[in-house]
Write a protein that binds this ligand. Structure first.
Ligand SMILES: [Cu+2]
Length: 118
């Protein structure tokens, strides 16, 4: 193989590898939004940290005004249901999962929100 041929060969290998890698990332990443109940600025970190606890959740942003959480996650690694459960586990009811009562009671007073189903 001469030099020019080798270079174009190497280039094709690189392009194949990178486009494959990017396609893999793009295919499995999903964005979802759902309601998470909370009350104050202190809740932001607690809710986002609970969502981000699983490494398959790439980003989590909770809006204090709308109470909407936006998550980007790898759907091959974690389900939306499990993300809801992880958040409920720290005391915040979500659209679909209720927090355990004892966890809700342990929240600081400023974080106690009106529970939608209680
Ligand atoms: Cu709070």
């Amino acid at each position: 193989m001469n030099n020019a041929k080798f270079r174009s060969f190497a280039l094709i290998i690189c392009l194949t590898f990178f486009s494959g890698a990017f396609a893999a990332i793009a295919v499995h990443e999903k964005t979802a939004t759902f309601k998470v109940y909370g009350n104050c600025a202190m809740c932001i970190e607690r809710i986002q940290d609970a969502a981000l606890k699983d490494k398959h959740v790439k980003s989590a942003e909770w809006n204090l005004d709308t109470k909407i959480l936006t998550v980007v996650y790898d759907e091959e690694g974690i389900s939306l249901q499990k993300i809801n459960e992880n958040i409920a586990a720290v005391g915040h009811d979500t659209e679909t999962v209720d927090a355990p009562d004892r966890k809700y009671r342990r929240l600081p007073d400023c974080c106690k929100y009106d529970r939608p189903r209680k």
